[in-house]
Design a protein around this ligand. Structure first.
Ligand code: FMN
Ligand code: SF4
Length: 490
């Protein structure tokens, strides 16, 4: 394997700063935007009484849902607790680690890379496959299968690793605190992935809204390089890999992987049809492994303890643990790591301690592109298939509870304002449908047939998950809160 400095020019991506240009710049909302005093427009802030100012640009979201309604940036950490048999992703954070390499190592971090480099790359992939780990970014695709596909891709020169740190779902702030408080877990996970699939360059695609995560990652990457954990000849084992942080410019849709890769390449980041998949033709046309931050931060534990130990945790087809971020309406908002299978009721009533005040009217898990869970379905287990069956989703694990002061029509309108603002406009059902639905949900007399047709069009004919997710959210509101909406129909 060539050292990084010896890579042929064609295989050395340019610096990949965003190339300013009208066509590309106009896509983003936050080019050069100072977030210091901006109110957050996210859903957690909306249900907490914020997010109603008519300001531009809108900000979805600042990752401070535990203190909503939020304004500007803040280094405060939420409550962090582990409620699984094993602490996989929040253990060090819960103990208050400072994110340094020294504290990572003193808590046992780094052992997985040492172990992996003494084994064949295929064995690392085998452990991830055996673990049953599924992607934590929302789509729940089996991680090991994706890794095996990239490893198997025939390529003349390079393969790449990309960590999706766009964490755009309003209500989700898991990745933010992993990166700020335990960045070496992500770096080690990416390095293990690179070794497993044969990549030498990696990027962390970080959202503009997380400047403190950028600081923490820059510091951690420098520490890792100085300690021989990144760069040429890692740990003296002839393996070369390095990571760069790329900061986005404010666009929810850039979390979708095809859009993200176009953004990384300096192109206008509209989603593209798959196939080809990133595993065959990703960044700069090369095979690329793209995984969410939490997915990658889970891998060191799996490599160290074995795929079987991870698989022993969890429930049905949803193995292992999930980090959840609870919003400010809970009596105990914060980050909680739980095993899959825990009933949503236990999350709401025991971990979250119920609502601070008022009556629970519903819970949105996995962001506003998934369905609402009404109180009578709270016994559903937190698991991919089980939540799907009731029209909801695990998503990225944001948990937003709302009370009786939030009207369903106003909540759906808020989500549609977000949806149409963030729609990239490439396909008609989402570009026009989200805008039209937004207009309709602002009226006291809504044409119910048109609403149902638009929802069906969004769900069936959108090009990417943004449009389909909006349709699913609106559909679940109609299904579970139809009685409340009845007086609104004309
Ligand atoms: C509209 C949209 C937004 C998305 N945003 C994110 C995001 O912010 N973070 C993320 O990890 N995945 C996001 N995804 C999912 C990614 O496309 C992709 O599935 C994920 O990064 C793959 O990593 P995983 O397999 O580890 O989950 C989004 C998908 C869609 C359709
Ligand atoms: S569904 Fe929306 S965000 Fe996705 S490609 Fe179509 S217009 Fe763009």
């Amino acid at each position: 394997m060539n050292a990084l400095s010896e890579l042929p020019p064609v295989a050395r991506p340019p610096g990949h700063r965003h190339q300013p240009g009208k066509d590309v710049d106009s896509f983003y909302h936050l080019v050069g935007c100072d977030l210091r005093d901006r109110p957050c427009d996210g859903t957690a802030c909306f249900v907490a009484g914020g997010g109603r100012d008519a300001h531009q640009p809108r900000v979805y979201c600042l990752g401070r849902c535990f203190a909503a309604p939020a304004r500007g940036l803040d280094r405060a950490r939420p409550r962090i607790e582990v409620h699984s048999r094993e602490p996989i992703v929040l253990g060090r954070l819960a103990k208050g680690g400072d994110g340094s390499l020294a504290s990572y190592r003193s808590a046992g971090g780094g052992a997985a890379l040492e172990k992996a480099l003494a084994h064949e790359p295929g064995e690392v992939i085998g452990a991830v496959e055996a673990s049953g780990l599924r992607g934590r970014g929302g789509a729940a695709f089996p991680a090991g299968r994706k890794w095996a596909a990239v490893a198997a891709s025939a390529t003349p020169d390079e393969k790449f690793i990309v960590a999706n740190a766009d964490e755009g779902d309003p209500g989700a702030y898991v990745d933010r605190f992993i990166m700020e408080g335990d960045p070496h877990a992500l770096i080690e996970g990416m390095t293990l992935a690179a070794y497993a699939v044969g990549a030498r360059r990696g990027w962390i695609y970080l959202r503009h809204e997380y400047p403190f995560a950028k600081e923490a990652l820059d510091r951690a990457l420098a520490e890792a390089r100085a300690a021989g954990l990144l760069g040429d000849d890692i740990l003296g084992r002839g393996f070369h890999f390095d990571i760069e942080v790329f900061v986005g410019h404010g666009s929810y849709v850039c979390g979708e992987e095809t859009a993200l890769l176009r953004s990384l390449a300096g192109l206008r980041p509209e989603p593209t049809i798959r196939p080809p998949y990133a595993t065959e033709r990703g960044h700069l046309g090369r095979p690329t492994l793209i995984n969410n931050v939490e997915t990658l931060a889970t891998v060191p534990w799996i490599v160290e303890h074995g795929g079987g130990a991870y698989r022993a945790l969890g429930f049905a087809q949803s193995r292992g643990t999930k980090a959840l971020s609870l919003n400010s309406l809970f009596a105990r908002p914060g980050l909680y790591e739980v095993e899959f299978g825990m009933p949503v009721r236990q999350i709401v009533e025991e971990l979250g301690g119920g609502l601070r005040r008022g009556q629970l009217k519903g819970v949105i898990i996995g962001g506003p592109l998934a369905g609402i869970i009404p109180p009578h379905l709270l016994d559903t287990p937190l698991a991919f298939e089980e939540l799907r069956a009731i029209g909801a989703a695990v998503g990225h694990g944001g948990v937003i509870a709302f009370d009786e002061t939030t009207s369903i029509a106003a909540l759906v309108h808020h989500v549609l304002v977000f949806g149409s603002y963030e729609s990239c406009g490439k396909c008609t059902p989402c570009r026009l449908g989200s805008r039209r639905l937004e207009e309709i949900f602002a009226r006291p007399d809504m044409p119910s047939d048109e609403v149902r047709e638009l929802i069906a069009a969004l769900r069936c004919a959108s090009l990417c998950g943004h449009g389909t997710g909006l349709g699913e959210f609106a559909d679940s509101a109609l299904r579970y809160y139809g009685k409340e909406l009845e007086p609104c129909w004309k």
